[in-house]
Write a protein that binds this ligand. Structure first.
Ligand code: NAD
Ligand code: IPM
Ligand code: MN
Length: 355
């Protein structure tokens, strides 16, 4: 089993270190780790945020464990050299079109959420975010206009792109509470009109799944007003980015939410995938030991489940995280004072107790 570890920038390396401690404690047989540079650090060392060696390392692995990219010192670089291009490049080059972002409350830990306990208790949803299309990957540029320089970004989705993500979402719903909400802006956008019509066409193949549609503005409002109504949400790249950050705050913190990015490629042990927290490099707290490593550790659990076929280990990690949060070892993002390392150590202790 080969895992490519790409820690990246800011808190990326800090949270990835804790995930690797957990992985190490599992003592998996025949596991090889490879580590590569990605993001701002890769630009500074190799002149490119996604060096060819890093991409090849990711391709050759069974799974990629990714930290975060983004560096304020790189914010004025031409777009192709920005650290963010590395994660976008990995997602598209590796064909990872389905981004699963589960957001579930921890039972008994409703106090983590800024929502009322009766609302927080009901949160158990999965955002299925399309990851290879939308306004992210359309042509873009700058042109002159009567109003001065004008930036433009082409937003599009074709039926094939919508179909493959909708299939992933319907299948995910079948394994959960069988409710799918497709989120779009079909009252305004052509992209969304094709999206909605295509999702409706596919629904006939999944008669056991209840499908509804919601405009993205309403979805943002409903997520806060009554998050328990959602099971699986399927949406485009941009809306999924925004709604998943919002869902994380409903649970308690962006430092808690993991993600899996999957495509069609399978490996000897499962599905090839890239696993990362939904958060970024958090320059405001980088280097201070304040980052919550839970999202990175839960991303490792998703990696073990989806790419390495190690369900039991994944379950163990998830139970250890819940136990550790219950024992009130919490970071500043959750109103506590535990450091990144202390949170990692506490999860490790619980993991060993669960063995
Ligand atoms: P961010 O997710 O990095 O941070 C948003 C806020 O949440 C900050 O206040 C931060 O301190 C806090 N936060 C994030 N993760 C946390 C954690 N694990 N524990 C505690 N607090 C946490 O988003 P941003 O500030 O908008 O972006 C910063 C940089 O990260 C930018 O360069 C952006 O492009 C990049 N980014 C990268 C990814 C990725 O690598 N996939 C994702 C999002 C943002
Ligand atoms: C995320 C991030 C990325 C995205 C950025 C860094 C390109 O916000 O992974 O959620 O928008 O997809
Ligand atoms: Mn994001």
């Amino acid at each position: 089993m080969k895992i490519a570890v790409l820690p990246g920038d800011g808190i990326g390396p800090e949270v990835t270190r804790e995930a690797l401690k957990v992985l190490d404690a599992l003592a998996l047989p025949q596991l090889t780790l490879f580590e590569g540079d990605v993001g701002g650090i890769a630009y500074k060392r190799h002149g490119h945020p996604l060096p060819a060696e890093t991409l090849e390392m990711a391709r050759a692995a069974d799974a990629v464990l990714f930290g975060a990219v983004g560096d304020p010192e790189c914010d004025t670089l031409p777009r192709e050299y920005r650290p963010e291009q590395a994660i976008l490049g990995l997602r598209s080059e590796l064909g990872l079109f389905a981004n699963l972002r589960p957001a579930a409350g921890f039972p008994g830990l409703e106090d983590l959420s800024p929502l009322k306990p009766e609302l927080a208790r009901g949160i158990d949803l999965l955002v299925v975010r399309e990851l290879n299309g939308d306004v992210y990957f359309g042509d873009k540029g700058e042109r002159d206009s009567a109003g001065g320089r004008e930036g433009w970004d082409d937003m599009s989705y074709n039926e094939a792109e919508v179909r493959r993500i909708a299939h992933s979402a319907f299948r995910a719903a079948q394994k959960r509470r069988k409710k799918l909400t497709s989120v779009d802006k079909a009252n305004v956008l052509e992209t969304s009109r094709i999206w909605r019509e295509t999702v409706i066409e596919l629904a006939g193949e999944y008669p056991d799944v209840e499908l509804d549609h919601m405009y993205v503005d309403n979805a943002a409002m409903q997520l806060v007003r009554s998050p328990g109504q959602f099971d699986v949400i399927v949406t485009g790249n941009l809306f999924g980015d925004i709604l998943s950050d919002q869902a994380s705050a409903c649970v308690g913190s962006i430092g808690l939410l993991a993600s899996a990015s999957l495509g069609e490629r399978t490996t000897e042990f499962g599905t090839f995938g890239l696993y990362e927290p939904i958060h970024g490099s958090a320059p405001d707290i980088a280097g201070q030991g304040k980052a919550n490593p839970v999202a990175a550790i839960l991303s490792l659990a998703m990696l073990l489940r989806h790419s390495l076929g190690r369900d039991a280990d994944a379950n163990r990690i998830e139970r250890a995280v819940a136990a550790s949060l219950s024992s009130e070892i919490r970071g500043a993002d959750l109103g506590g004072s535990a450091s990144t390392q202390e949170i990692g150590d506490a999860i490790l202790r619980h993991l060993q107790a669960i063995a």
